[in-house]
Design a protein around this ligand. Structure first.
Ligand SMILES: C=C(OP(=O)(O)O)C(=O)O
Ligand SMILES: [Mg+2]
Length: 556
């Protein structure tokens, strides 16, 4: 294999460490019969695997402590259930292999649990996890799902779903490399939120052997295999220098001639707030509330649970601005209890605001929790709806906000081309716009944001996308209202200057990108940004637009 692989760098920085695969194996062992003479050996193998998994779960519980410890200890007891073990041994005695015996015995137990009332049925997922651990150990393959590692690693995956990424331990994941996904995929967004280097759309990434040491350069998109000690030292030195230079930039977002462009953070919950504050975010420009809903895909979190999470985020920015997006379920962020499963094309189906208008109780609970969370705080709360298509959508959302007694500004995300084209009408109903350039690119170019092969069309430098940004920003200016960008386009320092030139009034991004954008924006005047924007819009491709903007900015 080549020593250097190339993909699309989507989150800056350098990570060096061994790779661990996101396990994807379907753990159904073959149902072949074993000779009778091997039964005893297979039974011993099964017992050994069960004991090892049970001990491992207890050890992990001891490390984790708290509630997690109780869950892991309960799982360990499940693994060692005497009746379950007796069933495994019976199955092996009549010809099953150890792995198949475990698989079938757990299936029978699972059926019993599933039919034994709500509480026990809720334990089915825990049981499946125990079964997968034992079967994976017997088959000698990685566990499906997140890698089992106590050492920091670079995560390799075909792609990452929000449900996977919500469980990632930021102290263990040094960086991500995925085969699929574009710059706006959730793997990329999460990597930026965690501030770890990441590369997406790297064909063959999952072919790397488990444990291979790699150096991931999230700026260049390069993965170096087995880097020498000198190469590692050089990469670390360059990354540290870059970081120190960035740390030196501070203060509010502004051009060199003082035009203010507030730099806000994209967060998924209270856990992302410290990084946002540390990066000097002037507030939150996108609080993706769906991450609060991922813990239990069967129902929404209670009003009180939501209130606690919202309050924690609001309190972190006492005098600042916090823009909360109401639940954006569906398509790439499905929720069992809300998202239809029979849609031929979920990205074009009932998702975002459409889902909430079909489930007004969920919207009402969320808005009430937000209203209560903001009570008594000096924060400037703004609430916006995802996937607004037209004025009727904007009106329905504004009415729901008013009905919930929300003392906040109500806004609409512009992530469907129709909303950008008719921004003026939408602004009759709401007080601000926020451009979701990830979905706006997806719908403008009919290019699924999860498909790595279409990365060219998801590139936010596409002049057609810039035209739509300009249309929305112009309408907002005419109405005397604000129009921010909260899609990943805002995290690209050069593009951030172009967006400023197009008339965008704030930029919101993963916390780790804020210093990069701040230091680049501070180098140019508003007039230069405007000229760069004009040059980019006059181009015919994303590459030309980028080069044209670069030329304008570097030539002056
Ligand atoms: C900000 C956006 O929302 P999300 O990435 O969560 O769909 C967007 O679509 O640009
Ligand atoms: Mg979106």
């Amino acid at each position: 294999m080549e020593k250097t692989l190339r993909g699309v760098g989507v989150s800056h920085g350098v990570a060096i460490g061994p790779v661990r695969h996101m396990g994807t194996a379907v753990l159904e062992p073959a149902a072949t019969q074993i000779p009778a003479g091997e039964a005893e050996r297979e039974q011993a193998r099964a017992k050994q695997a069960v004991d090892a998994v049970a001990a491992d779960l207890v050890a992990r519980g001891n490390l984790a402590g708290g509630e997690a410890q109780a869950v892991l200890e309960a799982q360990s007891l499940m693994a060692q259930d005497p009746e379950l073990m007796a069933d495994v041994e019976r199955r092996i005695a009549v010809g099953s292999s150890a792995e198949r015996g475990v698989y079938d015995a757990f299936a029978a137990y699972r059926a019993l649990l599933a039919s034994a009332g709500e509480y026990l049925a809720g334990r089915v997922a825990d049981l499946d996890d125990v079964r997968n651990r034992i079967v994976a150990r017997l088959m000698g393959v990685p566990m499906p799902g997140l890698p089992d590692s106590d050492e920091p690693y670079v995560l390799l995956a075909r792609d990452l779903a929000p449900a996977d990424t919500a469980l990632l331990d930021p102290t263990l994941v040094l960086g991500f490399v995925t085969e699929e996904g574009g710059p706006t995929s959730h793997s990329a967004i999460l990597a930026r939120a965690m501030g770890v280097p990441a590369i997406v759309a790297l064909p063959g990434a999952t072919g790397l052997a488990e444990g291979t040491v790699v150096a991931v350069d999230g700026s260049s998109g390069e993965v170096l295999l087995d880097p020498s000690a000198e190469q590692q030292a050089e990469l670390r030195r360059v990354a540290a220098e870059r970081k120190a230079a960035l740390a030196a930039s501070s203060g509010p977002g502004r051009t060199s001639d003082g035009h203010l462009v507030p730099l806000l953070a994209n967060v998924g919950g209270p856990g992302d707030v410290p990084a946002a504050v540390a990066a000097g975010a002037e507030g939150v420009g996108l609080f993706r509330t769906e991450f609060l809903f991922l813990d239990d895909s069967k129902k929404a979190p209670s009003e009180d649970a939501q209130l606690t999470a919202y309050r924690q985020v609001l309190e972190a920015f006492p005098e600042g601005r916090v823009v909360v997006r109401v639940l954006d379920a569906g398509a790439d962020k499905p929720l069992d209890f809300l998202t239809p499963t029979d849609e031929p094309n979920p990205a074009l189906g009932v998702r975002g605001l459409r889902t909430l208008l079909e489930h007004p109780d969920v919207l009402r609970t969320q808005l009430r929790a937000l209203a209560r969370a903001a009570e008594g705080l000096p924060v400037h709360l703004e609430v916006m709806a995802p996937m607004v298509a037209d004025r009727a959508d904007a009106k329905a959302f504004a009415e729901a906000c008013r009905a919930a007694g929300l003392a906040a500004k109500f806004g609409a995300m512009v992530e469907i081309p129709s909303a950008a084209l008719r921004a003026r009408a939408i602004l009759e109903e709401v007080e601000f716009l926020s451009l979701g350039t990830n979905d706006l690119a997806q719908y403008t170019f009919a290019a699924d944001r999860q498909v790595g092969a279409l990365a060219r069309l998801q590139d936010p430098w596409q002049p057609a996308l810039l035209d739509l940004v300009a249309a929305a920003a112009d309408a907002a200016k005419a109405a005397g209202k604000s129009c921010g960008v909260c899609g990943e386009a805002a995290a690209d320092p050069l593009l951030a200057c172009v967006l400023t030139g197009l008339g965008v009034t704030s930029l919101s991004m993963g916390a780790a990108s804020i210093p990069y954008v701040r230091s680049t924006l501070a180098k140019y005047t508003l007039a230069q940004c405007r000229r760069a924007a004009e040059a980019a819009r006059a181009a015919d491709s994303a590459e030309e637009a980028r080069a044209a903007a670069q030329q304008v900015l570097s030539g002056e």
